[in-house]
Design a protein around this ligand. Sequence first.
Ligand code: 3MF
Ligand code: MG
Ligand code: MG
Length: 399
Amino acid sequence: GRRMEDHLRFAICYWHSFAWQGGDPFGGQTFLRPWFGDSMENAKLKADAAFEMFRILNAPYYCFHDADMRPEGSSFAETTRNLEEMTDYFAAKMEAGGPKLLWGTANLFSHRRFMSGAATNPDPDVFAYSAATVKTCMDATLRLGGENYVLWGGREGYETLLNTDLTKELDHMGRFLSMVVDYKHKIGFKGAILIEPKPQEPTKHQYDYDVATVFGFLQRFGLEKEVKVNIEQGHAILAGHSFEHELALAASLGIFGSIDMNRNDYQSGWDTDQFPNNVPETALAYYEILRAGGFTTGGTNFDSKLRRQSLDAEDLILSHAGAMDVCARGLKAAAAMLEDGRLESARAARYAGWAKPEAQALLNSDLDSITADVLARGIDPQPSSGKQEKLENLVNRFM
Ligand code: 3MF
Ligand code: MG
Ligand code: MG
């Protein structure tokens, strides 16, 4: 009964679109925008441009880091005041008909104080500063009606194990996350807390490596019912997975939340983060999302950026329009695949043997009894000779 666009829930990310200056690890700023430069005046100019673009694209959602939308102050108190003033500024624009906030997040990786991590920093003052920063950012997200709150462990990892106390750092990260969850309940934030896994970059090894690693971490701290994941296409590829693998695993573990959509391939690295441009790939991703019941609080955030040579700001609008088109076509293909039913019935047919009561009894048995049963029945399983349909060829017909 949901309309097609209810399954997409597009969000525009503030950081790549309005704060990123075109830098990469080999060269700095290439973009010139009138709002670059840390001041309240520029922060407001940037917000005016952003909300104008949201309006042109009729975007239903946006996402931000605190550091993208407020200037850094000369003290924590001043930075917090800047954040609050910009939160009011955003709130007024949202009331005037702007998009809703899919999620907010704190940038705990750009400032030099975070060079050795935030929650996992060896310096307890950085742990404290990070915790206080997340508190203020959760307050801002709540005030703006944010539907989720994201934590990407930007520099929660290590460069060399030789100087790293891995046990201590993981313990600190677990305590940090527990405090975030407690604070969510304290302030009555109804949205989901989402961890965004990434295996490396900027650190050599990031603790939130992939969905499986994050799930193990959540279980260890008893948070697997409290925290879900925001899965990014490029991060899945970087971890040696496919995007749909990460989506299917998260759904299976009951922690699927939201997606960061971009397009990275075997040449990925250093957040190339192209806008999605491959319909069959997005179709396979949305197929997993639809099978999982679609988004509940999450959505499709374009964590995508222009090429640094793309100096014309109009490209931002065209890129987002193109990306929305690619995702919409992928979603339509995914919906058609599901509706057609042949893939799901092929899947069910493979497991048909498990529907029998004796097969179910196996799962409640033990190795001795099973061995006795195998001997008694004299079973000698052989691969079935049934014709296998080439499922990938079938999938192509829906694109
Ligand atoms: C890095 C990312 C991040 C996260 C962001 C919010 C800068 O590769 O994907 O973008 O998406 O921090 O989670
Ligand atoms: Mg991301
Ligand atoms: Mg990324």
